[in-house]
Ligand binder design. Sequence first.
Ligand SMILES: Cc1cc2nc3c(=O)[nH]c(=O)nc-3n(C[C@H](O)[C@H](O)[C@H](O)COP(=O)(O)OP(=O)(O)OC[C@H]3O[C@@H](n4cnc5c(N)ncnc54)[C@H](O)[C@@H]3O)c2cc1C
Length: 388
Amino acid sequence: MKKEVYDIIVCGAGPAGAEFARYVTENSKYSVLVLDRTDKIGYPAKSTAGTTKEFLDEFKIPKSVYVSKLNSAVIQGPNETSTHPYDGYVLDFAKFKKFLVNEAIKNGAKIIIKADVTKPIIENNKITGVEYTKNGKIYSTYGRIIVDATGPSAVLAKELGLVKFTSNEHLVGIEYEMNNLKLEQQDAMIFKFDRNLAPGGYSWIFSTGKNKARVGICWVSEFFKAERGKGSQIEHLNHWIKTDNRLKSGKILETHGGDAFYELVKQKSTDNFLAIGDSASCIHPTTGEGIRPGLYSSMFAAKTAIEALDRKDTSASQLKKYDKKWNETIGKNRKLILFATKKLYELSNKQYDKFVANTGKLDSETVKRFMNYQTTLKDALKLYPFFS
Ligand SMILES: Cc1cc2nc3c(=O)[nH]c(=O)nc-3n(C[C@H](O)[C@H](O)[C@H](O)COP(=O)(O)OP(=O)(O)OC[C@H]3O[C@@H](n4cnc5c(N)ncnc54)[C@H](O)[C@@H]3O)c2cc1C
């Protein structure tokens, strides 16, 4: 029997994979197969899902997936606070993903759920397909271009040696969806840096309506293990809730959790292969923002894939145009941002207050560069107490 070969196989229907499939099917006639291991598209809704209005407009994301409007970003240390204007929204993460997947399906993409991708199929040293299991059976499927969008599992990118994903660059987070809170700011995304609450990370409150919010903490798994003693992440989160007047009265409606790696990925593509979103570590290490950079990586990679298929050339040298575009834009100052983030997680509480006070003195252009992943060494020197 002649084997079926798709033009593109996308592994993972999270925001990055779904947007990649949507973009390709909207802008070309190429056949797209999407595989995801979940049994229900959109779930689990692991993300706080705060993002900017500008980004949502650019990617034409409808208001029906928004939960709340955000007007400010608040940065807090143990004692200091700085407040900045922020034009953004919190999304219903599951609805957002379902919207992208449904668009791709409407445009002709085929999706298989409960399909757990286990390994790449390699022929003549190049990936030509993937193996997946569904209902206990093993299947093989083939494509001209294979896309890893499996998020932190990076099941193909790891196997192809493009990412390592070690525990000292592993961000782990947990959050509660809450109501009945006593919030001073009803339309804010609040980041709090305090070693007593989240050693080696930070905590947050993202407003989802009047006295409602997503409240969580995340940290790098290897940092400050000793300082945390036996306290698990959920114990730390519960401790914060018990001791913060804004949160004490809150009722927990749901729990979300997940992880990401913030590695410096030198190469996100190779022969017949592209890695996007969290499987290629596109997440912003300081803020944990992964949706916006993930979708930009999808768009850059999808444009590259269409051009490669048009030229009938899916070699590494053709597909590395995606890496080039990433490195010229969002990835431009990545090394510095990674270095500065690692240092940030090591600060003492006194230094956190200094850091927060410094963020309050930043001019709007510097904030804009930070938001757009363009932080320069000069900007970092203004922000970080350990540099001065
Ligand atoms: C607690 C928390 C809060 C966050 N808050 C924000 C926020 O406020 N704003 C923001 O921008 N970002 C936030 N993020 C980050 C953001 O959610 C991620 O960066 C984003 O979801 C990455 O998208 P992705 O598509 O690359 O990967 P994922 O969302 O991880 O999607 C991967 C998909 O691949 C599938 N998959 C995995 N392995 C396999 C396999 N072997 N076979 C088949 N399918 C597979 C999964 O089922 C999933 O559908 C947060 C993350 C966490 C954990």
